[in-house]
Design a protein around this ligand. Structure first.
Ligand code: AMP
Length: 129
């Protein structure tokens, strides 16, 4: 069965898209730790990030770096943190989280955003790339 992220790639499930290339997609996490929390995924569905082949893994890191730089330009923060977990969705992904405090990196602290706020921040990060 396709992962929820593959359904986002195919358009079956909507997302707040930040950026897209032939091989990768960046979109906002629907349950963000902080405003601007973004997920970067390879379009190829592989569960664990360290099972990606080396070339795809390196390209995912390069794509995530571009998104992180745009995110840091867009959302006021001390720095953008990068985390890989994967306990919830079995489709390799990188979390990019604007950090102001250590709490922002903790996945039990969540923020609530309106649809407009999600749309505006996704567009702003995409434009900063
Ligand atoms: P994990 O697999 O533990 O790294 O967590 C998966 C992340 O994906 C969580 O932070 C979820 O909030 C996020 N997530 C799950 N479903 C969606 C969705 N449909 N759109 C955006 N983010 C999602």
């Amino acid at each position: 069965m396709a992962s929820i992220f593959s359904k986002i790639i195919s358009g079956e499930i909507p997302c707040y898209k930040v950026a897209e290339t032939e091989d990768f997609l960046a979109f906002l996490d629907i349950n963000p730790n902080a405003k601007g929390h973004t997920l970067c995924i390879p379009k190829q569905e592989v569960d664990k990030i360290f099972d990606l082949d080396d070339a795809l893994y390196i390209e995912l890191m390069k794509f995530s770096k571009k998104v992180a730089i745009a995110l840091e330009k867009t959302v006021p923060c001390k720095r953008v943190g990068m985390t890989v977990i994967g306990l919830e969705v079995p489709h390799a992904h990188v979390h990019l989280i604007p950090l102001n405090t250590m709490e922002d990196a903790v996945f039990s602290k969540k923020v609530t955003l309106t649809k407009d706020e999600f749309e505006n921040i996704a567009n702003a990060i995409g434009k900063a790339m």
